[in-house]
Design a protein around this ligand. Structure first.
Ligand SMILES: Nc1ncnc2c1ncn2[C@@H]1O[C@H](COP(=O)(O)OP(=O)(O)OP(=O)(O)O)[C@@H](O)[C@H]1O
Ligand SMILES: [Mg+2]
Length: 412
């Protein structure tokens, strides 16, 4: 009997059994391995011989994944820091118009503490800006809009960029208030300077023409016109000097020469310089100051210039018989100087503006100059790290204060 087919059948059966067993064993090991990958990703066995390749690949994959995750994490942290420090506001809005993210600058610009999940309209509260966002949602194109918020005295620029993946948008808001203000100041400055120059130049022209037309030979009118020319030239020279001082101080070209300075000495020396002018104007000028006030670290010549500017104003705007008192006292960490007068006073609405360049309360007031003195004084005081301000009651007088910190080292 031929047993070959039986042997063959048994052989194939055994081979089939071995492969089946190998197949199920491999399947079981893979399932076990998958369980470990799922539940204990940090304890991947690397000693499973039969799964060595797979195990190695997954371990490499895991290492790559972890590396990418940590890179993403640090990029995320960097981006958050940038967004937090950014002075421009950034809002991310979803397709439904709800705010998903807002950086601190955006919260500050729109004056809102918790904008997340609120609607765009609720957060930005300005119809022109809302309209720009709507346009972007409809057209899926970048939109920009600038608005002035008169109540907040703010000038904002909004750029809305469509988010191509999510159907939402990104809103970037810039506060251009300062830039706008600087532009206005620059424009005003140029027009003020030309205006201030025009008046004396026009009188100079008129005076010289009158002299040319025969007044030069007139024994009384000739010298009078010449003396008026001299006065106008003096005024122009003073204005040129003040403008020069101001631009040098503003551009930081003036260096303070600081040294310990006794407040009493400072007040007395400014008073000495202005005594004659005050007497001529029929005013009493006095100094009230303790001897033992702490010394300030200041540039004497510059601070004296501040006091002279303020006293000069008091002399100009106080009627004969009035009084000017210079005082100094020690306040928390600083020395405060004050100049009181019994003059015309300054209306409340002008008090905050008198330190601006060329600002004069009433241009027709007698004795008023170019409006630069207080603005120069403000720069000098601020260069010392201090502050200057005024209080006044119209018709009763004014008090000008400035404070110099005892331990300030700021200078131009
Ligand atoms: N003590 C004061 N009493 C009343 N008004 C004052 C007094 N000090 C300043 N002012 C007002 O503030 C304005 C600005 O003063 P500021 O010293 O800057 O300019 P000015 O005196 O007009 O010109 P400048 O000082 O350049 O010659 C003055 O024109 C005046 O209207
Ligand atoms: Mg002045």
């Amino acid at each position: 009997m031929n047993l070959l087919p039986v042997y063959l059948a048994v052989f194939f059966f055994i081979v089939a059994m071995v492969f089946t067993w190998r197949y199920y064993d491999l399947k079981k090991r893979m399932n076990d391995y998958a369980d470990i990958v799922r539940n204990y990703p940090n304890d991947l066995p690397t000693d499973l011989k039969s799964l060595e390749n797979l195990s190695n690949s997954i371990a490499t994959l895991k290492a790559n994944f972890n590396h990418r995750l940590s890179t993403l994490g640090s990029e995320n942290a960097r981006l958050s820091t940038v967004l937090e420090q950014l002075t421009d506001g950034v809002l991310i809005v979803n397709a439904q118009g709800q705010v998903q993210f807002a950086n601190p600058a955006a919260c500050k610009l729109f004056n809102i503490s918790n904008p997340i999940n609120r609607s765009v309209a609720e957060v930005i509260r300005n119809h022109q800006l809302i309209e720009a966002w709507r346009r972007c949602q409809q057209t899926r194109e970048m939109q920009s809009e600038s608005v002035e918020l008169p109540m907040q005295r703010q000038f904002l620029q909004l750029i809305v960029i469509p988010d191509t993946h999510e159907g939402g948008s990104l809103l970037a808001v810039q506060d251009l208030t300062r830039v706008r203000r600087l532009e206005t100041v620059r424009r005003d400055f140029i027009s003020n300077v030309s205006h201030e120059l025009r008046t004396p130049l026009a009188s100079l022209k008129a005076l010289t023409e009158t002299l040319q037309n025969g007044a030069l030979s007139d024994p009384t009118a000739g010298p009078r016109f010449l003396s008026r020319i001299s006065t106008e030239v003096d005024a122009l020279t003073q204005m040129a000097q003040e403008l020069l001082d101001l631009s040098r101080i503003e551009s930081g070209q003036v260096e303070l020469i600081r040294a310990p300075l006794s407040p009493k000495k400072l007040l007395s020396s400014a008073a000495d310089r202005m005594k004659l002018q005050a007497e001529r104007a029929g005013l009493k000028l006095s100094v009230i100051c303790a001897d033992d006030l702490p010394a300030i670290n200041a540039d004497k010549a510059r601070l004296e210039q501040v006091l002279v500017n303020i006293i000069h104003n008091s002399v100009k705007f106080t009627k004969p018989g009035g009084e000017i008192v210079l005082e100094a006292e020690s306040v928390d960490g600083a020395v405060r100087c004050a100049v009181r007068d019994t003059g015309a006073g300054i209306p409340l609405e002008s008090l905050s503006r008198i330190f601006e360049r060329f600002y004069r309360v009433d241009k027709s007031r007698t004795g008023s100059g170019t409006g630069l003195g207080l603005s120069i004084s403000k720069h000098i005081v601020e260069a010392h790290g201090g502050k200057i301000w005024a209080e006044s009651e119209e018709g009763r007088g004014s008090v000008f204060y400035f404070e110099i910190p005892l331990y300030s080292y700021s200078s131009y």
